[in-house]
Design a protein around this ligand. Structure first.
Ligand SMILES: COc1ccc(C(=O)Nc2ccccc2)cc1NC(=O)CCSCc1cnc2[nH]ccc2c1
Length: 270
């Protein structure tokens, strides 16, 4: 009877590649095929509150059904008496925000390609009634071809001091979130606007010295385009149609993909 279940014995564990709140992530190679994956090890006693088990089970079911080139894959999972193992796709290009920091800002072609890929990935997830994809730069990875992947670090990942604003940053929150009003997946459209601005300028649009100033700038939609370097008016037009306070007036994912700046600049191969 072929063994359906994976186990730790099927993998050679490689170097440590990341830290999560519930456990660590290692490079791993499946022995039979030589296929390289990211193996996330979650300690059961860390999921002490029962509901995390239910939450993780539901999330695994959802993730298992997702199969899109710009969404990091969850291939399989298994457990032993003390740990749960998630067999995840390995994105060999690493973390997007490290690339953004090293380049200071992205070209319009690179930024438009990432935004188009994210819009397609979000449209796919919304079709499958999956929302709350946390699409801030920390959750975005690149594969070996440079394609962007929503890595969805699952539950509140422990953010180490990779970015001074990273832990608990509110830069990406839409006004309805910051004002604690009800929200739907139009928040993702707002976040795409934040990301598009940050890709082109290297910093998020409402960044301020302290959180309260950021909060005020978000609810006021205090959008200013720096003149430090050239950015096309089409790019600014797209951003201005996403960073709109009334969530019903934000450009839809479909309209983003039809926007002239995207059509002219995004690489169709993603
Ligand atoms: C689909 O993805 C996930 C699905 C579920 C969970 C999760 O932990 N769920 C959870 C846990 C406990 C309680 C409830 C829910 C996490 C992820 N995804 C990641 O953790 C991404 C980084 S690990 C992979 C990876 C790949 N490729 C890389 N290249 C460089 C670094 C790197 C890192």
């Amino acid at each position: 009877m072929p063994n359906e279940e994976w186990s730790l014995a099927d993998f050679e564990i490689g170097r440590f590649i990341g830290d999560g709140k519930f456990g660590k992530v290692y490079l791993a190679r499946e022995k039979e095929s030589g296929f390289v994956v990211a193996l996330k090890i979650i300690y059961k006693q860390k999921l002490d509150k029962y509901r995390f088990h239910a939450y993780l089970r539901r999330e695994i079911e959802i993730q298992h059904s997702l199969n899109h080139p710009n969404v990091l894959r969850l291939f399989a999972w298994f457990h032993d008496e003390t740990r749960i193992f998630l067999v995840l796709e390995y994105a060999a290009g690493g973390e997007l925000y490290k690339l953004l920091k090293s380049l200071d800002h992205f070209s319009e072609k690179r930024a438009a390609t990432y935004i188009a890929s994210l819009a397609k990935a979000l449209a796919y997830c919304h079709d499958k009634h999956v929302i709350h994809r946390d699409i801030k730069p920390e959750n975005l990875l690149l594969d070996v071809m440079g394609r962007i992947k929503i890595a969805d670090f699952g539950w509140a990942v422990q953010s180490n001091a990779k970015r001074q604003t990273m832990c608990g940053t509110i830069d990406y929150l839409a006004p309805e979130m910051v004002e604690k009003r009800e929200h739907d997946h139009a928040v993702d459209n707002w976040t795409l606007g934040i990301l598009c601005y940050e890709f082109l300028y290297g910093v998020p649009p409402f960044e301020a010295d302290d959180q309260y100033d950021t909060f005020r700038r978000i609810i006021k939609v205090d959008l200013v385009f720096p003149t430090s370097h050239y950015v096309s008016s089409e790019a600014k037009d797209l951003i201005s149609h996403l960073l709109v306070k009334d969530s019903s007036k934000r450009l839809s994912l479909q309209k983003i993909l039809e926007h002239p700046w995207i059509v002219r600049n995004a690489d169709p191969s993603g």
